[in-house]
Design a protein around this ligand. Structure first.
Ligand code: KIV
Ligand code: NA
Length: 275
């Protein structure tokens, strides 16, 4: 199978072929997603989706490495992107390079990091070390405390213009693609038209070069509030619970396991054990 690479994604942007990206956090989710999507992201959303945190701020490099290694062992054909967690790309270029380089040594093809103008120095440092970088603008979840919640961004004139400027600065710094999250559709479409590199939208309307949703959101595996940009294609939570409860009922009523689902002693030993 042909692997998805950064030049392939660039060609698809130029041809107007839309890009599908989702997250994976372990070998199971990676194996399900890999034959279907173009890009697999080991997102720091692992914190809220899998680890029970309220937001992504507690996610560490150790946690990301653990999940990335599980995904990378499946050797995906999709482009494998690893998300840089809070504080892993803020302190110095050296620490940023070491963290991102560690992701590549663990099998990632590229890294993603949140932020615009303030992070340009770090993006440049990574690109200078041959580490491909995907940018991420708009509703950046690591900025939750500054934003005062998970709120749509770029709705005021100055915010919208700053986002377009950030997008171009990230492109000039060498990003190969940008995630645009939680911004008005018109703004995302404008950014997509004016950039050379592909944009991947989430809550950013249909005018992007591709779309990303969290794996568990697409499959209906997440409980509670569902933002309006999420479309669930399965009621996974209920589907899996129904199957599990049939099994548990069979355990309780003795219908599981049958003799076909059991191992037997060799013929000659059966009497010995029965006594
Ligand atoms: O962590 C994540 O899952 C993400 C995507 C939703 C873009 O950053
Ligand atoms: Na993320």
């Amino acid at each position: 199978v042909e692997r998805v690479t950064i030049p392939v994604l660039q060609r698809w942007k130029e041809e107007g072929r839309r890009i599908a990206m989702t997250t994976a956090y372990d070998a199971v989710t990676a194996r399900i997603a890999d034959p279907i999507v173009d890009i697999i992201l080991v997102g720091d959303s692992v914190g809220n989706v899998c680890l029970g945190f309220d937001n992504t701020l507690p996610v560490s490099m150790a946690m990301m490495n653990h999940h990335l290694e599980a995904v990378a062992r499946t050797r995906p054909r999709a482009l494998l992107v690893a998300d840089m967690p809070f504080l892993s790309f803020h302190l110095s270029p050296e620490e940023t390079i070491r963290n991102a380089g560690g992701f590549l040594q663990r099998g990632a093809d590229a890294v993603k990091l949140e932020g615009g103008a303030k992070r340009i120095e770090m993006v440049r440092a990574l690109v200078d070390c041959e580490i491909p970088v995907m940018g991420h603008l708009g509703l950046t979840p690591q900025s939750v405390n500054v934003m005062g919640g998970f709120k749509v961004q770029g709705r005021k004139a100055d915010d919208a213009l700053r986002l377009l400027d950030d997008a171009h600065r990230l492109q000039e710094a060498g990003c190969f693609a940008l995630v645009l999250e939680g911004i008005p559709a018109e703004l995302a479409a404008r950014a997509t038209e004016s950039l050379r590199i592909p944009t991947i939208g989430i809550g950013a309307g249909p005018g992007c070069s591709g779309q990303v949703l969290v794996f568990h959101d697409v499959l209906g595996l997440t409980e509670g509030h569902r933002p309006k940009f999420v479309r669930a294609y399965a009621n996974g939570f209920q589907l899996l619970q129904e199957a599990l409860s049939r099994w548990a009922a069979d355990v309780r009523n003795g219908a599981f396991p049958t003799s076909q689902e059991s191992y037997r002693l060799p013929e000659g030993l059966r009497d010995t054990v029965a006594n």
